[in-house]
Write a protein of this length. Structure first.
Lengths: 153, 312, 761
């Protein structure tokens, strides 16, 4: 099936099988490796991408569903070499360790900030309930998201 | 990854039903895919045909049922997020809106649907528990026509419904509570799916005022418990104990109602807890849900927060 | 080179790989593609114990798109067994499957879908056998044996004296004694004893194991592997395929978390075997459920007896520890002996009897996991210490303080003396948690301390290259798995050579390029690899000083390094200028070398620990008595690190260690029934989430520059995790009077214990 979508601001026409998962199309066809396969069951959030601004588990989302939509991966966050405030906040706060959860965390936070520009710590925890990290203990990730929200205001 | 399948995208319910009827066991209805695709990845289901219901006219709608003008109908393809954000749902069934906010995680809410949730009949479904207190009925469509079933008749047990293989769940309809109803939904558990869930709704006699004087009478109580029996259950014995009570007396009486509820469930030992623990937790959380509802009846919001507990 | 303030060491500089990670550019093994690369899938045993009578891969092999289909019986052209302690683990099951999930056959095909379909074409005849699933079952008289014969020993010197008990499931025994514990216990005023259980738990690194293997036309092998020790993997493969070490290359890009799960060969032998059979590169990537079937922490049952004098002096400790190391020994024997070695914790104990056993069971192999046996022992001893404090009517902080080993005191003959001030960590933890102020009525506080040795003897080598433009390359094989070692090594080199951080590049570990490093584990990378880098950088520095001294006619001691130049009063020579002088042209480089290899000593484990890791944890908890749910409201971790090379990264490490510790303390347990693992997926195996983090979490560091590592550094990263479970259990006991001995402290377990204490009114 042919799908037409916009990926990180760039229009793409792709030939995909109905059973192709968005995660594999992004990683293997478009060489966008930032989204990762981890639990493969929608629990961990490592595969998170934004479709029309909404966070989805790309590991359990058919590529054909992205037809006519706009997809944002971590590669699309920065503006050229200029980091997105969330990326900058993660770097400064020390919120990155192994990095495997990072793209999912960033995109989930971005979706949250689009809906809620003044999140409380509880708001952040609610949004990140489905994003796992085994390295950081979450403290610096939550701090980074709140700091980025502050900066953006 | 997934095995290949043919994706059908009918635009009418008739088309969809014809496909399901024709393809039989080889086909599965597909909406958000949060449950279906996961089952397919795990190899537990291997449909060769997916019938996408998201383009079917009406399946994405939330509206008032024309007949009564009161009952709220949610199309099968409506996402949890859409329910959460719907002004109509918030106005007519505010607790449904709050609970939708806590289904699974944000990604599942963005994509997963009400219809998919009910049709899959996961024994831990939040909606299946909550909707039992809202006189929910589901609409089933087939080449033979349309039938409506009470939710309790639709859900038969873990992952088992009354849906025939050529039937399509088209929508669920809820009867909003009267405006003087204080309610709460509480779920408890450590894992991704909760160990138990309680929905409690107390319809108050509003003639003495909006609950602040403590003498309001509970005209009708609805208590549903999910996750601990083979399917969500209404706790008739508990409800009976609450009827005609004054809201002011509820904190004391909640214990008895809670115990009655605990006696009415049929838990089994599993990864979510031992049977005796679950039974006791039913008592604990029915009590808590009732106390939260009572506080809301008084116009207050209980500040109590419990570990591993979501309060909606 | 001493009194000058440090420029970059000790500063919270952002990690050097942060940008690539936040932009999605960082590459992990599963992000790599090679031309012609095949995809592998593994068929795994559904039985915990079964004879594998026949494996027929004919139909799978014949399927179009399949390049190789292998069973254990096909592996006649290599040595199919590997393992660091015992070479007991076959690449594919041979004749018997010893745990549910053991690889029995494997396929390499054009894509994953074809490989999966090919698995279904493989026929296996199993004859189920009675499994032993628990320590009790494995140790019972006449228990079925997981391993019928005696496997050969692996490649570690400190395990050259493996001591199995033939005819049983005990694959290693460790004993340590000092004085006369039996007599001392008999004469002690107060004796406390109890048994504590630590569950099997999984590391759940977000990146499951993965490897890409490729043989070239000359018969040399290259692997890109998610491994914490490329050199250990290399030696395993060399032995398996009878290829010289020089012709095996293991490369490690970024690692998506390790925590010990990626130490020693795991999937690499299978990837390499398939690549050879398929005659093309093969990518083998595990799923999270497969990670549960690859490695886990060694579960344990530890019985401790401790004897005290009336005045609180600890006089004797006797400990019997059984560790469940699963179906294959992996590094279990060392976990057992190293963990048990510090069973007495950070205390002075004149009379000691320690006995430990590594026991095979038919479950996922147990291996290294952050803490390496010490969490299991500390869970027991630190819990018992509070029981003793109760019996002695003493404050638990005071009782610990009284018995702590002092700075410079001997731990065991021949081993490094204690190189830190435990008392300082304890005081800071007690102060931070507010120990002397009564907690709120619904809160309880508890403390725990730990002591752990680092692996010894061990070796780390490093090379530092100063290029003609003054930029620097650091070659070292410490693996970046999130802990920040690449950044720390950058800081060390930049500090010694006085160049900006951005001018230093630490390349990825690659055994063809970066020299030998024993392992990235045991909290050793800063102290050992870092020291090697420091020495190598100093070597370059000395060469620069010699060049400058000669060319400027100045004594080396009158020169200083500053901002990429050699500086003397009124003279300045940049590094490029110095190199140009040396080589007579613009080109060439200076190469420095550092080798840190303290060698064997008379210490009980064969080598003296390069540093002692010591830390204290203090927890403040609340409990929802109606449900048993425990919440850690506040937690303080204090680690004695000598020098925090990068305080920001170190704090991140320890915050992560605390929360990971909360996992096995409150939530995590691999559950088996009827031979099957019930919860090998994240749907029903619960790891900490963001809302599990304590609302107040503080990580402090004691820095007395008293370590043997660079700038006085020691090691860190495990000390934050180890005290968590006993600190929490001690807090719970002080709050409720209930003492739990089995982890995790799930709501149901706590609820049951509370009910046993007082029936519901």
């Amino acid at each position: 099936m042919t799908i037409r979508l916009v990926v990180n601001g760039r229009p793409r026409d792709l030939e995909v099988a109905p059973h192709a998962l968005l995660l594999d199309v992004l990683r293997d066809t478009l060489d966008l490796k930032g989204a990762k396969r981890s639990c493969d069951t929608q629990v961990c959030g490592a595969c998170t991408v934004l479709v029309d601004g909404l966070a989805v588990s790309a590991c359990t989302y058919l590529a054909v569903e992205a037809d006519g939509r706009s997809v944002l991966t971590v590669e699309g966050l920065a503006d050229g070499e200029s980091l997105h405030p969330l990326q900058r906040a993660f770097v400064e706060a020390g919120a990155v360790q192994c990095g495997f959860c990072t793209s999912g965390m960033l995109l989930t936070a971005k979706a949250m900030l689009a809906e809620n520009r003044t999140p409380t710590r509880d708001d952040v925890l609610h949004y990140l309930r489905g994003s796992l990290c085994r390295c950081t203990g979450y403290r610096k990730i939550v701090d980074a998201v709140l700091a980025a929200a502050e900066t953006a205001r | 990854m997934l095995r290949p399948f043919t994706l059908h995208r009918p635009e009418t319910a008739e088309e969809a039903c014809a496909l399901l009827a024709g393809l039989g066991e080889e086909a599965a209805a597909y909406a958000g895919g949060t449950e279906l695709l996961l089952m397919m990845k795990l190899g537990l289901l291997r449909p060769r045909h997916l019938v996408d219901v998201k383009r079917i006219r009406g399946f994405g709608d939330i509206g008032l049922e024309p007949l009564s003008g009161r009952r709220l109908t949610i199309g099968a393809a409506v996402t949890h997020r859409a329910v959460e954000q719907s002004a109509l749902v918030r106005a007519r069934c505010p607790l449904v809106s709050s609970v939708a906010r806590h289904v699974a995680n944000v990604r599942v809410r963005n994509v997963g649907t009400v219809g998919g949730n009910l049709a899959f009949a996961d024994p831990h479904s939040d909606l299946a528990t909550l909707f039992l207190t809202l006189d929910a009925s589901v609409e089933l469509l087939s080449p033979r026509g349309r039938r409506e079933l009470p939710l309790d008749d639709f859900v038969r047990g873990p992952w088992e419904t009354s849906r025939a293989s050529d039937e399509l769940l088209g929508s669920v309809t809820l009867t909003p509570w009267a405006s003087d109803t204080a309610a709460a939904y509480v779920k408890f558990g450590v894992h991704e799916r909760p160990t138990l869930a309680v929905a409690a709704a107390l319809r108050l006699d509003g003639t003495t005022g909006a609950g602040r004087n403590g003498r309001d009478r509970i005209v009708e109580a609805r208590v549903a418990v999910g996750c601990v029996s083979l399917k969500p259950v209404r706790m008739a014995a508990a409800e009976a104990r609450l009827t005609d009570l004054s809201i002011g007396d509820l904190d004391d009486a909640a214990r008895a109602a809670a115990d009655a509820a605990a006696a009415g469930v049929d838990p089994a030992d599993d990864l979510y807890g031992s049977a005796d623990y679950k039974r006791e937790m039913v008592a604990v959380f029915v009590g808590r849900a009732l106390r939260i509802a009572a506080a809301r009846a008084r116009g207050a919001e209980s500040a109590a927060r419990f570990p591993h507990t979501v309060v909606a | 080179m001493s009194a000058r303030p440090l420029r970059v060491v000790g500063h919270p500089v952002p990690r050097v790989d942060a940008i690539e990670k936040v932009t999605g550019r960082a590459r992990y093994v599963t992000d790599l593609t090679l031309p012609g690369m095949a995809h592998a899938k593994v068929l795994r045993s559904p039985y915990a114990h079964a004879r594998v009578r026949r494996v027929d891969v004919t139909r799978a092999r014949a399927r179009p798109g399949v390049f190789a289909a292998l069973a254990g019986a096909d592996l006649t052209w290599c040595d199919p067994y590997y393992g660091p302690a015992y070479r007991d683990r076959p690449v594919l099951a041979i004749g018997v499957a010893r745990y549910e999930g053991e690889p029995v056959a494997a396929v390499a095909a054009v894509d994953e879908a074809t490989a999966e379909e090919a698995l279904e074409l493989i026929d296996v005849d199993y004859e189920p056998l009675a499994p032993v699933m628990t320590l009790e079952e494995a140790l019972a008289e006449d228990a079925p044996l997981v391993h019928a014969g005696q496997p050969p020993a692996g490649h570690f010197a400190d395990l050259s004296t493996l001591r199995p008990r033939p005819g049983t499931n005990i694959c290693h025994q460790f004993q340590f004694a000092r004085g006369d514990a039996a007599a001392a216990l008999g004469g002690a005023d107060v004796v406390v004893e109890d048994a504590y259980r630590f569950p099997p738990v999984q590391h759940v690194a977000l990146e499951p194991h993965a490897a890409v293997a490729a043989w070239d036309e000359t018969g040399a092998l290259t692997l890109w592997a998610s491994t914490q020790n490329p050199y250990s993997v290399r030696v395993e493969l060399a032995k398996m395929f009878d290829v010289p070490l020089a012709r095996i290359r293991v490369v490690v890009p970024h690692l998506g978390g390790g925590f010990g799960s990626k130490t020693y060969a795991k999937l690499e032998p299978l990837a390499a075997t398939l690549a050879r059979a398929a005659a093309r590169p093969v990518r083998l990537a595990a799923s999270v459920p497969e990670a549960f079937q690859t490695v886990r922490r060694c579960a344990s049952r530890v019985a401790v007896r401790a004897g005290f004098r009336r005045d609180g002096t600890l006089v004797a400790v006797a400990c019997d520890a059984d560790y469940d190391v699963g179906a294959y020994a992996d590094i279990g024997p060392r976990v057992v002996q190293k963990g048990t070695y510090t069973a007495t914790g950070p205390y002075r104990v004149p009379h000691v009897r320690l006995e430990a056993r590594a026991v095979y069971t038919n479950t996922t192999p147990g291996g290294a996991f952050r803490g390496f046996g010490v969490p299991q022992l500390a869970w027991a001893l630190e819990s018992l210490f509070d029981v003793a404090a109760d019996r002695l009517d003493r404050d638990p902080v005071d009782l610990r303080r009284q018995n702590f080993l002092a700075h410079g005191e001997e731990f065991a003959p021949g081993d490094t003396p204690i190189d830190g001030k435990l008392e300082e960590s304890l005081s800071r933890a007690a102060e931070a948690i507010g120990w002397t102020r009564a907690p709120a009525a619904d809160r309880g506080r508890g403390v725990a301390a730990m002591l752990k040795a680092s692996v010894a003897p061990s070796v780390s080598e490093a090379i530092v290259r100063l290029h003609a433009d003054g930029s620097v390359t650091v070659l070292a094989s410490a693996v970046e798995m999130g802990q920040g070692t690449r950044t720390v090594l950058t800081q060390i080199a930049a500090e010694v050579l006085s160049v900006p951080l951005a001018r230093v590049t630490v390349v990825q570990p690659d055994t063809a390029v970066t020299p030998y490093d024993q392992t990235t584990s045991s909290s050793r990378s800063t102290a050992m690899t870092g020291r090697a880098v420091q020495v190598a950088a100093e070597d370059v520095r000395d060469q620069l000083l010699a060049i400058a001294a000669q060319n400027l006619g100045v004594a080396a001691r009158e020169l200083a390094l500053a901002d990429g130049a050699l500086v003397a009063p009124a003279r300045r020579l940049t590094y490029p200028e110095a190199l140009a002088l040396k080589f007579g042209m613009s080109g060439g480089e200076l190469i420095g070398r550092g080798v840190i290899a303290p060698g064997r000593t008379a210490a009980p484990l064969g080598g003296s620990t390069p540093f002692w890791e010591m830390a204290v944890g203090a927890a403040e908890v609340s409990v929802d008595e109606e449900t048993g749910a425990v919440r850690v409201e506040r937690y303080v971790s204090v680690a004695d690190v000598g020098r925090a090379i990068n305080p920001l990264l170190l704090e991140g490490q320890d915050e992560g260690g605390v929360v990971q510790g909360l996992g096995h303390t409150l939530l995590e347990e691999m559950l088996y029934a009827d031979g099957h693992l019930l919860n090998g997926t994240l749907l029903v195996y619960r790891v900490p989430r963001a809302d599990d983090t304590p609302s107040e979490l503080e990580c402090h560091f004691v820095e007395n520059a008293d370590g043997s590592g660079p700038f006085g550094a020691k090691g860190a990263g495990e000390g934050s995790l180890i005290p968590v479970s006993p600190a929490v259990a001690n807090a719970l006991a002080r709050l409720t009077g209930v003492r739990l001995r089995d982890l995790p402290l799930t709501p149901e377990r706590v609820w049951r214990a509370l009910r046993a204490r007082s029936p519901r009114a």
